[in-house]
Write a new protein. Structure first.
Length: 116
C-alpha cells in the first residue's frame, strides 16, 4: 500500500500557472507508474490527466492538457509534480495522485480553481 499527499493547489486567474506536488510514502519499492487525476462536482468519476513511469520518466497526457501540463518526478524525494501552465476555467477541479492502476485508497486531493 502506498500513501499519497497532494499539495500546491490554489486560486489562479486564466492563463496562470500552478505546480502540484504528490509526496509518496509506504511501500514505494514497487512503484511502476504514477498518475494525476482530477474530479469536478459535475462528474462522478475521476478523470485521468497524466501518468509517468517512475523508473524511466516517460509520460503521457490526456488531450485537453497536452502542451500545457508537464508531469515529472523526483525519485529520491519520492515526489511527483504536475506543472500546470496556461490554466483554463475547465481545469478547475480537485486534483489527486495515485498509482496506475489506481489503488482503492485516495489522498485528500488539492483544489485548483481557475477564475475567468
Amino acid at each position: 500500500q502506498v500513501q499519497m499527499v497532494e499539495s500546491g493547489g490554489g486560486l489562479v486567474q486564466v492563463g496562470g500557472s500552478l505546480r502540484l506536488s504528490c509526496v509518496v510514502s509506504g511501500r514505494t519499492s514497487g512503484l511502476n507508474v504514477m498518475s494525476w487525476f482530477r474530479q469536478t462536482p459535475e462528474k462522478e468519476e475521476r478523470e485521468w490527466v497524466a501518468h509517468i513511469s517512475w523508473i524511466f520518466g516517460s509520460s503521457s497526457y490526456t488531450a485537453s492538457v497536452k502542451d500545457r501540463f508537464t508531469i515529472s518526478r523526483d525519485s529520491a524525494k519520492k515526489t511527483m509534480y504536475l506543472q500546470m501552465n496556461n490554466l483554463k476555467p475547465e481545469d478547475t477541479a480537485i486534483y489527486y495522485c495515485n498509482t496506475q492502476p489506481p489503488q482503492p485508497d485516495w489522498g485528500q486531493g488539492t483544489q485548483v480553481t481557475v477564475s475567468s
